[in-house]
Write a protein that binds this ligand. Structure first.
Ligand code: C5P
Length: 228
């Protein structure tokens, strides 16, 4: 089957908010974050095309990516990331055994070797998988609604991984997974979460620190150095 990348880029970037608009269009080393992200995917020859899901009425992505081969911008963004991806998947017209690789617009630092390692691991696999990193820090859970947060519990970091993207699954499995979570009224924050709801167990492939999701203002400073 073919390999199609879907880039959800319909978020508002509330946590990085500084009045400059959605974070995926902020320049990093002189180029919009989304353009770095799309270039990282296009550098992989096994990716046939890249579909970028933006909010209806958003013309910025189409302007930035006009004329770029293998790229299509779809105004199919939804209320949540999962809606944006599900809409793009429905619009893509894929066969059930085609592969889909979903990658956040907000991860412009994806290294080519990590992307290649994920594809190598997933292509022969019946389920698919995702890039992730073993948790290095001790993890605390805070109590709810406290002005000064205090520790409620310490989680064992053993066996814990932080999920990144890309996440790669067959189109048929992913559509079935989205239909299942929608029927249950759930809103998974990643594709693997939806696939797990079917009882499948995605592969964990070691990602990279450079593949961090640009979320907080200081992340832009780090990413300027990596991409600059
Ligand atoms: O909000 P978060 O950082 O988890 O967003 C991850 C990715 O999902 C971003 O690339 C963002 O643009 C995208 N997104 C989307 N549609 C939404 C919300 C987020 O495509 N409704």
């Amino acid at each position: 089957g073919r390999l199609t990348a879907i880039v959800p880029a319909a978020g508002v970037g509330a946590r990085a908010a500084d009045g400059t608009g959605p974070k995926q269009y902020r320049p990093i080393a002189g180029t919009a974050m989304l353009v770095h992200t799309v270039r990282a995917l296009l550098a992989e020859p096994r990716i046939d095309r890249v579909l970028v899901a933006v909010a209806p009425g958003d013309a910025q992505a189409a302007n930035l990516l006009a004329g770029v081969a293998r790229v299509q911008v779809l105004a199919c963004g939804g209320a949540t990331r999962y809606d944006s991806v599900a809409n793009a998947l429905a619009a893509a017209g894929l066969a059930g055994d085609d592969w889909v690789l979903v990658h956040d617009a907000a991860r412009p630092g994806l290294p080519a070797d990590a992307l290649a390692a994920l594809i190598d691991a997933c292509l022969p696999d019946p389920v698919g998988g995702l890039l992730a990193l073993p948790v290095a820090d001790t993890v605390k859970r805070a109590g709810e609604g406290e002005a000064a947060p205090r520790v409620e519990a310490t989680l064992s970091r053993e066996h814990l991984w932080q999920a990144q993207t890309p996440q790669m699954f067959r189109a048929g499995l992913l559509s079935e997974a989205f239909a299942r979570v929608r029927a249950r009224g759930e809103a998974p924050t990643d594709e693997a979460g939806a696939v797990e709801a079917l009882g499948a167990r995605p592969l964990l492939v070691r990602g990279s620190f450079a593949n961090l999701k640009v979320t907080w203002p200081q992340d832009f400073i780090w990413m300027e150095k990596w991409l600059g």
